[in-house]
Every structure is written in C-alpha cells, then in structure tokens.
Ligand binder design. Sequence first.
Ligand SMILES: NC(=O)c1ccc[n+]([C@@H]2O[C@H](COP(=O)([O-])OP(=O)(O)OC[C@H]3O[C@@H](n4cnc5c(N)ncnc54)[C@H](O)[C@@H]3O)[C@@H](O)[C@H]2O)c1
Length: 321
Amino acid sequence: MKSVLLAGGAGFIGSHLADRLLKRSDVERLVVVDNLWTGLRENLAHIRDARFTFVRSDVESFQSPCMFDEVYHLASPASPPWYMQEPERTISANLLGAFRLRDLLLPGGRFCFTSTSEVYGDPLVSPQPESYRGSVDCTGPRSSYDESKRCTEAFLFESQRMRGLDVRVVRLFNVYGPRTREDDGRAVSNFIMQALNGRPVTIYGDGMQSRSWGYVDDIVEGLERFFWRDPIEHRRPLNVGNDREIPVIDVARHICRLVPGARITHLDPVPQDPTNRRPDLTVANRVLPGWTCHIPYERGVALTLKWFRSQLTSDYTAMSA
Ligand SMILES: NC(=O)c1ccc[n+]([C@@H]2O[C@H](COP(=O)([O-])OP(=O)(O)OC[C@H]3O[C@@H](n4cnc5c(N)ncnc54)[C@H](O)[C@@H]3O)[C@@H](O)[C@H]2O)c1
C-alpha cells in the first residue's frame, strides 16, 4: 500500500489528480499540501475519503511526521499574471519545493513533477520535441517561471543520475477546464469570465499567437498513465498536450458565439508572449500508446463555459440565501 504526497493539490490540475489518486485501491494515504496561493480549498471540498488529509503549508517548509512512497510536485502558479507578480515566491515553490519534497521520499520512492512547455520559451522550432533546448530569456518577464522549471528539471534529472531517483517529468502545454480560478488570468477562463460578465473579451495583439489547448480530463489521463498506471521505462521529460494548434483569436470568437452579446477588443501585445506553442508528440505516442487529446477545443470550451456558468449561479444563490 502506498503513502502519497501531492503538493499543489488544491489547484486546478492538482485537484483533478487528487480525484484520480483516490480511485486507486493501493493508496492508503493521500496528503495534499498547499498554501492556497492560487489554489482554492473548494476544489477539494467534494472529497469524502478517510485516506485524505489536507495541510495548509508552503511546500518548502512542510513538516511531516512520515515519509512517502510517491511525491507529486505541482506546487507552482501556472498563470503569468500570478507568477510575474511574485517571481521570488515562484522560484522558491518550484525549486526549494523540489528539494524539500525529495527529502520526504522513502528510499525507492517515485518523484513526479509537472514542468511546462515554457521551458521552450518563444520557440524557433515547431512543433517542439523534448530534445529542443528552447529559446528562453533568463532575464525576461517570464524567467521566474521558465527558469525555475528548467532548474527543477536539472535538479531532478541530476538526482536520477547521481542517486538513482525514480523521476517522472511531464512538460504540459496550455491546460484549461473546470476548477480554473475565476481570476486566473489565462486565455480561456479570462475570455469566459469577461463574456459572462458583459465585459469586452480582451485579446493582446492581433490574436494570431497560437496555443495547443488541452482539456483537463485528457491531460490528467496522460498524467495518470505516465505517473503510475502504465509500466514505463522512459526516464526523460515527456510532452503532454494537444497537438492541434489554434490561434487565440479563434478561441475568443468561439466563446463570443456561445455567449450572446459578447464582443472582442484588442489591447497592446504582451512583451515576450510566445508566438506559437505546439507539442511534438512522437515520444508520447511511443510511451503512452493510444493516448491523445480526444476533446476538441470547441467542446472543451463549451464544457468549461457550462462549469463557469454553474459556479456563477451557485455564488449568486449563496449570496441571496
Ligand atoms: N495549467 C497549465 O496550463 C499548466 C501548463 C504547464 C505546466 N503547468 C504546471 O502544472 C502545475 C499545476 O498547474 P495549475 O494550472 O493547476 O496551477 P494552479 O495555480 O491552479 O495550482 C498550483 C497550486 O500550487 C499551490 N502552491 C503554489 N505555490 C505553493 C507553495 N510554495 N507551497 C504550497 N502550495 C503552493 C497553489 O496554491 C495552487 O493550489 C504547476 O506546477 C504548473 O506549473 C500547468
């Protein structure tokens, strides 16, 4: 039976991963540690399971009376407005968090980490294979995030090389879906909240910058298979994302079609906003045969919109009760 520690489990992706971890019959204990910086306790409020414990703490200073068989390190903001506002805290969460979590791992335990497509920076190669070394500015506005992910990858793969640590690292590409914060600030949730609140849907620049939008259920299915379900020999980073690349403006237009009266407005481009992002899934296709993003953005966006609508209705009901 496994004792599992999930750091960042009150966040968007982490809370979906917690649900899947609790479906396992070989998990005897799941501890979620989260400081609720960008996460929300509500994301875990539905869990009724005696094996589950929530601890509010910074991961870097998390004290635990016991060690763990598996550690999942998701503790880091993923949204640019949030990590740009607190860059030192972002670096600390990723890197010092990884140091602390490695100390809490039992000998022979497994360390899983969610890195990011941002390690490729503003890529000069498309699609981006794992072997692409990236075009990253270590003094740029996104550096606290990009570089702390890169350095945490270096720390983990060196731990693998020097100590034989069992490491699983995924590089995620633009995940979206239910349980994103209303004020998260990334494209899909931003557009939806603006449209629902009757505000203009804001596009930075011409909106032709493209992203590969992965619906959370598809992405977490890939994580489950890579992190614990499939017998996997692969010991290098793995791209996990949707390889259908869609311009930001297309997503905004789609949301405007779904929300009557919504309209788009253009703002100045954001400095160093990557022009394109698309995973090369050659390795993923070999390591996770049959795994793919099944949910097209048109359907994923509609599902996310439905969830946000239900949240607004329940907020309204709670306020008027
Ligand atoms: N969502 C994406 O598109 C995406 C893309 C690439 C990588 N990722 C990575 O996946 C992980 C989860 O992303 P998400 O979208 O769920 O983000 P999120 O912001 O919703 O979740 C992150 C969680 O970590 C917690 N946290 C942050 N710093 C902490 C600290 N020092 N100690 C304890 N808890 C801390 C937050 O409170 C939050 O609950 C992150 O590591 C992120 O970098 C996400």
